[in-house]
Design a protein around this ligand. Structure first.
Ligand SMILES: *[C@@H]1O[C@H](CO)[C@@H](O)[C@H](O)[C@H]1NC(C)=O
Ligand SMILES: *[C@@H]1O[C@H](CO)[C@@H](O)[C@H](O)[C@H]1NC(C)=O
Ligand SMILES: *[C@@H]1O[C@H](CO)[C@@H](O)[C@H](O)[C@H]1NC(C)=O
Ligand SMILES: *[C@@H]1O[C@H](CO)[C@@H](O)[C@H](O)[C@H]1NC(C)=O
Ligand SMILES: *[C@@H]1O[C@H](CO)[C@@H](O)[C@H](O)[C@H]1NC(C)=O
Ligand SMILES: *[C@@H]1O[C@H](CO)[C@@H](O)[C@H](O)[C@H]1NC(C)=O
Ligand SMILES: *[C@@H]1O[C@H](CO)[C@@H](O)[C@H](O)[C@H]1NC(C)=O
Ligand SMILES: *[C@@H]1O[C@H](CO)[C@@H](O)[C@H](O)[C@H]1NC(C)=O
Ligand SMILES: *[C@@H]1O[C@H](CO)[C@@H](O)[C@H](O)[C@H]1NC(C)=O
Ligand SMILES: *[C@@H]1O[C@H](CO)[C@@H](O)[C@H](O)[C@H]1NC(C)=O
Ligand SMILES: *[C@@H]1O[C@H](CO)[C@@H](O)[C@H](O)[C@H]1NC(C)=O
Length: 698
């Protein structure tokens, strides 16, 4: 194996040994992460991420603008200033699967200034944020740069903040209070400062110092506040039990946010100290910096260094946690010759310009995709960052990755590597210059017929490969045009295969996929069984085929039908199938092929999973080596559990739909459909429309 040979190279071995000696103490040093800023000027500007209307000015962090440009520029502003490096705030303990939460102390001095004779607004917060993103649009006014009217209170916000609020909202106790905000601005606990003689924004300009102590063992927070220069008070103004690990991401960003509304104030931080207990690092992230530093000192060439670093990381991991399943899996992954490799987080961070918004290629069910260029080469990549905190599923994920890793097919997006550090998961794919299928189907000029046909053929081929050719059967689970990428020659490349299962072992994927956009690709039986199968993949494939031919989305409202498939079925019944073809093609397509595709799409959309063609048959139909599938004139009713034995096939085949009564008769047929509800499920299913929105757990 190549890797072994490299390891045996004398200089690599020597370097490795040297590094081991230098690095070892780093694994045992339990320190704190500390920051101290006694004042702020441009020389410390690079230590922060400034977002929204925030900046540094006059020796202070200005979370909202200073008055230098006139009052109207002070109204309805919001800003955030955060430490750009994420800090690990909690962790799982391997031995007993409990969480360890970091303690922290912070002290900062604020100056909330208002003009004499004006009413202050709105407030400032100390913030634990999931990322260094911009404050959301509309986060001015009562939202304190934290949330906005649509996001407020949503659990997926993943923030905890201590607010210093100077404007009374209907849910607030007064216009001068401290509050604990969890994922929303309607504080869970508040304390008025007025009885303590403290006014956040007094007429006489005053600096206040705030101390926030968090005890990660007892999961309790204390907030103290006093005029600058005073001793830390004995009594806290607010204290609360809170396990921050229930809300914030494992690695979060600390800092401040603030907003103004129609009333305004200056929201300044003029000094800040922070100490966070350093949790033991299991990702090797910290030691990497040391490794690189030493290696450069030793004067190794970059190539040797990179290789050595990786060997070392694996080596140390082996040493530290022999028998640890995750490490075994990592080892297995790293040991596969010619397969995707493990990337360092820093490498990917650099390659995507710190996950720059402007490089965002898209947003999927599980996370965002960024375009990047790998350092050291000019190779363009797509880096997928998973937004969900997946600490529990790590091992499952790695197990699944070993499968995904081995999949190689000309119609799959090649996976180049992955990175899993400090709870952040990234996958690196080859960059697809022509984007995804939906961009072409629904934007721009559409695609010419032969390209559409070729794309369907490619997807069919990929589906056949993952379903049947590969020895460990893989189910895609989320087949849709936004997951079908187009390479330089417009050949289809299936992306995200196996991910849904990899990321969700506890069946939540179903509800998660049930978001608008994916609806329409989910077969009816999935709603009942909560299981994705090859047949449900075929159903989604059928939807994609219809979309590609018709150029319309699956949830397409036309002449009383909610689903594209029902409309196409009706045209089929009426012998007008070709009317479904995308009018943008201007009639430029072989009618025979179009009919073949539409019938294939309908056959795959059969409500009964067993009636849908298998991937093998699909490939033959697409390659024209098998005739188009037979499709009943009426869409069969959805029956669950599925009837045993041969299916009732198109009992209306002889009825050529006398015009005028067709719609009515089809409705009657469908609502007469046999329907039995499976144990524990209450279902109300409009069979004709098959509208999956109506299927829900009661
Ligand atoms: C780390 O911080 C904690 C709390 O902030 C403090 O009690 C402890 O002394 C610090 N330890 C070191 C080594 O600085
Ligand atoms: C910025 O502040 C630091 C101390 O916090 C000081 O040493 C430095 O001279 C200041 N730089 C400027 C440009 O004022
Ligand atoms: C500030 O926002 C409020 C509420 O959205 C709005 O009524 C007001 O017109 C805004 N003021 C300015 C100057 O934009
Ligand atoms: C879990 O294990 C750690 C040591 O690994 C120990 O410190 C902690 O007290 C244990 N927690 C529980 C709840 O047993
Ligand atoms: C931060 O720490 C420094 C050094 O210990 C201290 O002089 C300063 O007062 C502290 N600042 C605040 C806001 O507590
Ligand atoms: C809130 O922010 C989200 C994105 O962060 C945005 O999509 C939404 O439109 C915003 N809502 C309002 C009311 O501004
Ligand atoms: C919470 O946010 C998520 C993701 O932004 C969204 O899917 C969900 O619908 C939101 N929930 C509510 C109750 O608004
Ligand atoms: C805090 O408030 C949020 C939203 O109202 C709620 O979901 C959460 O359970 C509350 N948490 C605590 C600890 O009270
Ligand atoms: C604020 O304005 C009032 C009335 O104009 C004046 O009496 C008071 O002295 C002013 N206070 C300060 C701190 O300037
Ligand atoms: C507040 O702090 C700033 C910066 O240290 C200082 O210039 C200003 O004089 C202070 N204001 C008061 C009222 O103490
Ligand atoms: C914590 O807050 C409660 C009220 O919420 C108060 O009764 C208690 O005395 C406080 N404890 C401390 C140590 O400040």
């Amino acid at each position: 194996m190549r890797r072994r040979t490299r390891f045996n190279h004398p200089s690599a071995v020597a370097t490795t040994l040297l590094l081991v000696i230098v690095i070892l103490p780093a694994f045992h040093a339990a320190e704190n992460i500390s920051y101290s800023f006694t004042s702020f000027n441009d020389s410390v500007k690079s230590s922060f991420a400034f977002r929204g209307d925030a900046t540094i000015y006059q020796g202070a962090l200005q979370l909202t603008p200073d008055s230098r440009n006139g009052d109207n520029l002070l109204i309805n502003k919001s800003g955030r200033i955060l430490l750009p490096d994420p800090i690990k705030l909690w962790d799982w303990q391997q031995s007993n699967n409990t969480k360890r939460v970091a303690s922290f102390n912070t002290a900062f001095t604020i100056n909330v200034f208002r003009d004499n004779g004006t009413v202050p607004g709105e407030g400032l917060t100390f913030l634990i944020a999931p990322n260094v993103d911009e404050p959301p649009p509309g986060s001015y006014g009562p939202f304190l740069g934290l949330t906005n009217a649509s996001l407020d209170g949503n659990n997926s916000n993943h923030f905890v903040a201590i607010e210093f609020d100077t404007a009374k909202q209907p849910y607030d106790r007064d216009d001068n209070h401290v509050g604990l905000d969890i994922n929303g601005v309607d504080s869970n606990i508040t304390a008025s400062l007025t009885p303590l003689g403290i006014e956040i924004a007094p007429v006489n300009p005053t600096n206040h110092t705030v101390w926030i102590d968090y005890d990660g063992v007892h999961r309790h927070v204390w907030v103290y506040m006093a005029v600058e220069g005073s001793e830390k008070p004995v009594a806290a103004v607010l204290n609360a039990s809170i396990d921050i690990s229930d809300y914030v991401l494992q690695s979060s960003h600390l800092g401040f946010s603030a907003s103004t509304g129609n009333n305004f104030e200056l929201n300044c931080v003029i000094a800040w100290n922070l100490t966070v207990e350093k949790l033991p690092d299991d990702g090797g992230g910290l030691s990497l910096g040391a490794i690189i530093g030493v290696a450069v000192g030793v004067g190794c060439v970059l190539v040797v260094m990179t290789l050595t670093t990786r060997i070392l990381v694996v080596f140390c991991r082996r040493k530290r946690a022999a028998g640890n399943e995750r490490d075994m899996l990592r080892k297995k992954l790293n040991g596969l010759p010619g397969t995707p490799r493990e990337f360092e987080y820093k490498e990917l961070k650099v390659s995507t310009g710190n996950f720059d918004e402007r490089r965002k290629l898209g947003q999927g069910a599980f996370g965002e995709v960024y375009k990047g260029v790998l350092p050291g080469s000019s190779m363009e990549v797509a880096v997928k960052r998973f937004s969900r905190d997946k600490t529990k599923g790590q091992d499952d994920f790695l197990a699944e990755l070993t499968i995904i890793n081995c999949l190689r097919h000309r119609n799959l997006v090649p996976l180049l590597g992955w990175c899993h550090e400090n709870g952040v998961l990234l996958l690196v794919y080859e960059f697809m210059p022509n984007g995804s299928l939906d961009q072409h189907l629904y934007g721009g000029e559409g695609l010419v017929w032969w390209r559409r046909y070729n794309i369907v053929a490619g997807v069919a081929s990929a589906l056949h490969y993952i379903h049947h050719e590969y020895n460990q059967m893989v189910v895609h689970r989320d087949l849709k045009p936004s997951n079908i990428m187009l390479d330089a020659t417009f050949d289809a490349r299936l992306g995200d295969f196996g991910l849904a299962r990899a990321l969700d072992t506890d069946k939540t994927s179903f509800t998660e996929l049930g978001v608008v956009g994916t609806r329409g690709y989910i077969a009816n039986e999935c709603c009942i069984t909560q299981k994705f199968t090859r047949e449900s993949d075929v159903y989604a494939f059928g939807t994609v085929v219809l979309e590609v031919v018709c150029g319309r989305r699956p949830l397409y409202d036309v002449s009383g039908f909610h689903l594209l498939v029902d409309w196409v079925w009706k045209l089929h019944r009426e012998g007008r199938l070709l009317e479904a073809v995308d009018p943008r093609l201007g009639g430029e397509y072989p009618a025979e092929d179009a009919e073949r595709m539409l019938l294939l799409g309908l056959a795959c959309s059969q409500p009964h999973p067993g009636a849908r063609p298998k991937a093998q048959a699909i490939v033959q139909i697409v390659s024209r080596s098998a005739p188009p599938p037979g499709v009943p004139k009426f869409k069969p009713a959805f029956v669950w559990p599925p009837p045993q034995g041969p299916l009732l096939k198109g009992n209306h085949d002889d009825d050529n739909g006398t015009s005028g009564t067709t719609l009515a008769s089809s409705t009657a047929t469908s609502s007469n459909g046999v329907f039995s509800s499976a144990g524990g499920w209450a279902l109300s299913l409009d069979v004709e429309t098959g509208d999956s929105e109506k299927i829900s757990r009661r």
